[in-house]
Design a protein around this ligand. Sequence first.
Ligand SMILES: [Fe+2]
Length: 400
Amino acid sequence: MRNRIIKVLFFFLLLCALPLPGNAEFSFVVTGDSRSKTDPTGINPIVKEIFRQISMENVDFTFYLGDLVSGKRDPDEHLKQLLCFKKMVSEFIPSNKFYPIIGNHEVYSMKHLDLFRSVFRNPQNGPVKYAGFTYFLAHKNCLFITLTTDFLGETGYVSDEQMGWLKEVLEKYRSVDHIFVMAHQPAYTAGYHVGFCLDAYPERRDALWKLLREYNVDAYFCAHEHCFLLRNFDGIYHIHTATAGSEFYPVSDGLFFHYALVKIDGEKVNLEIKDEKGVLRRQFFFFRRKEIKNVTQEEVMKYSNERILDEIEKGPFEVAWRAVVAAGKRKIHAASKPILNWTTKIIKSKSKKYFYGALGIRSLRLLNYKKALPQIKEWSQSSHSFIANEANYTLDSMEK
Ligand SMILES: [Fe+2]
């Protein structure tokens, strides 16, 4: 009997220790770009101060978004720079908590790529060709994916091979709480490297963004243009966190050496942008954009038009939101006004059903219900990111 009680108690304690989905609390850092044109090491030594600050943050790991060094065409000289960088980082961050990727300054030849692989031992779970550059990390019910935008001969886009792999990984982990994607090149230029980011191949960039949106990626972190800049494209945060030492590019107000400290607090993502002295310079938070996935096409098709209207207007909440989805997907225009009323009621109720409020806005967009524009404009100012993101996107789409 006593043994049984001990076993039950042990099991209970184990359960308490396991993070519950949606309740993860941990932090990580993203930063990048420390190359220097003037320092003989090819690295701005200020990056050591960045690493010193990171070492005091108690984070689970740090992602480094490329252009670690200025680089040299001579492989021996290039290796010296990489080793110098590794020495700087190793003083403050254990190698198993440091995940670098390559930028254009690490890529002069295949030999240079091999040098990077020999110095930094990254996960080897990506496509073989991009081993050590393109990989993923599943951690505390969150997913982290790195992509290579600067492979030799493949500058400015994410190759088809990586896209196929990316889709598989996203599909496998689609139910996690948060998804973050990291790459060297911005998907959307900050204005300095126009035509030398993923905007060099807009169709490929758009296909990438569509995929990220399909799987509700939280944010895309990038470097290459030396600034801090946070924007949102189509519901996904696009965050330049790119200068841990490289010279500033005159593109935005985010011109200071920095790192991004990302704190996961359940559904909430807190971003703290700190400089090399650890001073907080910018602060943001957002919630992962979610989509209703549990309404299948078959379910949508089984609704009759009359039933949809009836259920939006009179059905209990659990029924009504499905009808709202169905009406949007099936383009039942007669449901437009009832959907506007339902969505207004949900958002006004402050019942924390923001997720469903955003869903209603999406249906109004699918129905292109222009009479809702004044209300959608108001929602675009909402303090809740689900509502504001969806409303802003809907305004852009409907006003075109
Ligand atoms: Fe770069």
